[in-house]
Design a protein around this ligand. Structure first.
Ligand SMILES: [Zn+2]
Ligand SMILES: [Zn+2]
Length: 346
């Protein structure tokens, strides 16, 4: 019964041959999903990397699949990701007529992204928001007190960039309403019909956060950057796993996006608040333990995000990380590596 909650497709995309086949499969299953109007989430990957490449930095759109408006989960690369998803045919409901006088890219950016959740204020999570702000429409930015403080004081301060927010220094251009989110407080997310609860994460001992997105008794977990508890000397992930275990038991957890920045070869002293496959598997073991008997995580979709690209010849970090995750995956978790512009139902 439990398996029914999860999409059966294994989408660990490791080579181009399978990618093509999987995309076909995905298109078919979307047709099925929309005709059955399955309650769930749709995710579009606007950016998937954890740095280095400035056109493909962490950002995902999520919406209740019965609703038109998206919440952006981080905003590292926004407009390039929309362009890529359009190229891949992954905004099939958006036509030129609907978008006019805007381009489809502009229409999705301005009219379909209703609000932003920012997990933490590192540049690879906010650069698309900042650079796109002069063309953005009025929106709410949901974030922790620390993240709002950094956005206000260090980016939108008329020195680095004009102040497009509704608070802080100098003339306030007011495009963005800064909405402070407190840990574990339940809030509705703009006009998306999604609700959320934020939980703190530890990221090289600086604050980051996770958003538990809910709609109609379904939940989806979006993790900002995080290190493992053991290295971070933290209990933050442990708290999150206990919370998510309740949702697994109630068969409500539809999936998650979580980071693995480096392959296992990275030494623990050089992780700077990030995960390797070994550490993510170890952390997921805690979720499994708290979720009950047997193999409660079988089929659970776990999207791997924030991989740091290598500039070394002959290194395929995505492939290495995928292989290392699969090698240690005795929980039956469905690891998924989305690429920029990909869309998936959960
Ligand atoms: Zn990052
Ligand atoms: Zn970070």
């Amino acid at each position: 019964m439990f398996l029914m909650n999860y999409s059966g497709n294994s989408l660990l995309r490791t080579n181009n041959m399978t990618k093509k086949a999987l995309n076909v499969g995905l298109a078919v299953s979307f047709g099925l999903f929309s005709s059955l109007a399955t309650a769930g989430f749709e995710v579009v990957a606007l950016g998937v990397d954890g740095g280095v490449t400035d056109g493909n930095l962490t950002s995902y759109l999520i919406r209740d699949d019965s609703q038109p408006l998206y919440l952006a989960l981080d905003a590292g690369s926004v407009l390039p990701g929309i362009a890529k998803a359009l190229e891949k045919g992954n905004f099939p409901d958006i036509t030129d007529e609907m978008a006019a006088p805007l381009t489809r890219q502009g229409y999705i950016f301005r009219q379909r992204i209703n609000s932003y959740f920012i997990s933490h204020a590192h540049l690879d999570h906010v650069s698309g928001l900042i650079i796109g702000s002069p063309e953005d429409s009025k929106k709410t930015i949901y974030a922790s007190a620390d993240t709002i403080d950094v956005l206000r004081n260090y980016y939108f301060n008329w020195r680095v960039w004009p102040n497009f927010t509704d608070s802080g220094s100098g003339t306030r251009l007011g495009t963005y309403r800064m909405q402070l989110v407190r840990p574990a407080q339940s809030l509705s997310l703009g006009l998306t019909r999604l609700t959320g609860e934020m939980y703190p994460l530890s990221h090289d001992k600086s604050p980051s956060s996770m958003l538990l997105v809910s709609s109609n008794n379904n939940v989806f977990a979006y993790f900002g950057d995080t290190g493992p508890d053991e290295i971070e000397k933290s209990k933050n992930l442990d708290t999150v796993w206990r919370k998510l275990a309740e949702k697994v038991k109630q068969q409500q957890l539809k999936g998650m996006i979580i980071e693995v920045s480096y392959p296992n070869a990275a030494s623990d002293s050089k992780l700077y608040g990030h995960m390797t496959p070994k550490w993510l598997l170890k952390e997921l073991k805690n979720l499994e333990k708290y979720s009950g008997e047997g193999q409660p995580l079988t089929g659970l979709p776990v999207v791997i995000s924030h991989i740091k690209p290598s500039l070394q010849q002959g290194q395929d970090v995505r492939q290495t990380i995928a292989t290392e995750l699969q090698a240690g995956n005795d929980m039956g978790v469905n690891f998924i590596l989305m690429e920029q512009g990909d869309r998936q139902q959960f």
